[in-house]
Design a protein around this ligand. Structure first.
Ligand code: KG4
Ligand code: ZN
Length: 312
């Protein structure tokens, strides 16, 4: 049973084929990062146009790498929400049309469920119940996931998503889009830190206040003609952004007594985040699951995996 996945919700055009044992036969990703970098962020209209140009060559390469022909595909899955509307539409229409032409089922997949499924793709032994923290450019959500992979949202952000805050702070520091990896590379985590914000309303994350605090600090330093200490600012921001996740997730792990935690989404590639969650989970006796680094960001293998798992 072979599932072909399609992902076009933001700036990655991706097609993948996986089997029903979650083996990845191919996972081709064309990133548009360089195209959008000159604008400092993703331009939705340009993203959609590039998906249209890329999707067929990406499909061909995915089939070639998997050594398959279209007639061997048993079902097609595509991200149908959420995302940039024009960008999502390209993959959704493409996936539906392909399924129709092949006379196989079309499985609509929620992008967030795709990220969650990246945990299963990377970890064959993962079985819910678990808590699942999704940290990406558009979302910061803690889910409770039951045995059937049904989700209940425990906590979300009151304002910005964590990845968005990474990207905005990076932009003001003159670092290229996407800012998350650049902040992480520049941060000197050997410093000692004081959390800027360590009290939050119940059941919410918040990144807008932290972002504003960092932006104000940078502006004040510039006004005083002081040199910006990049490793120090990046480290402080990264510490505060991730400390907040650790505080909230600890609360919910203790409250629910659930002993499995998954952390997924683009920001889960962050090395400091991965180390800190390892420390937290060892302390609480919780088993931690992370996607392999190449499956943290947007890709079509995770969309196909969500379809195979049947996550609704
Ligand atoms: O999941 P993803 O690829 O796309 C969305 O669904 O949003 O996540 C992209 C986000 C961007 O904000 C990017 O800056 C962030 O993930 N990101 C990181 C790192 N790698 C990617 N943030 C912090 N540290 C990283 N190493
Ligand atoms: Zn994503």
């Amino acid at each position: 049973m072979l599932t072909l996945g399609v992902e076009t919700s933001c700036d990655e055009t991706s097609v993948a084929v996986i089997d029903d044992q979650f083996k990845i036969l191919s996972n081709v990703i064309i990133s548009q990062i360089e195209i959008h970098q000159v604008y400092g962020g993703v331009v939705p209209e340009i993203a959609a146009r590039n998906h249209i140009e890329n999707i067929l060559p990406v499909l061909d390469e995915a089939l070639h790498k998997a050594n398959l022909t279209l007639s061997q595909i048993d079902q097609v899955a595509a991200t149908t929400q959420p995302g940039l509307p024009g960008a999502v539409m390209v993959g959704r229409v493409f996936g539906k049309s392909l399924a129709n032409a092949l006379n196989v089922p079309f499985i609509p997949v929620n992008h967030l469920n795709g990220h969650m499924a990246s945990l299963r793709l990377s970890n064959p032994d993962l079985r819910p119940p678990m808590l699942c923290l999704l940290v990406s450019g558009g979302h910061t959500i803690l889910f409770k996931v039951n045995e059937q992979w049904e989700t209940q949202m425990l906590c979300t952000t009151a304002d910005d998503a964590i990845g968005e805050a990474f990207d905005k702070v990076a932009r003001v520091l003159g670092l290229a889009y996407p800012g998350g990896p650049k902040i992480s590379q520049n941060a000197n985590m050997n410093l000692s830190f004081i959390p800027i914000l360590n009290k939050f309303p119940k059941n919410t994350f918040s990144y807008s206040g932290l972002k504003t605090a960092v932006l104000n600090y940078i502006n004040h330093e510039k006004q005083k003609n002081n040199l910006i200490n990049l490793p120090e600012i990046c480290a402080n921001f990264q510490y505060c952004a991730i400390n907040q996740l650790l505080i909230k997730v600890r609360e919910f792990l203790e409250q629910t007594q659930i002993k499995t935690l998954g952390v997924c989404g683009g920001v889960s590639a962050n090395q400091y985040l991965r180390e800190q969650f390892k420390i937290l989970c060892e302390e609480l006796g919780v088993k931690l699951y992370l996607p392999t680094p190449t499956l943290c960001g947007d890709n079509a293998a995770m969309i196909a995996a969500a379809a195979v798992l049947g996550i609704k």
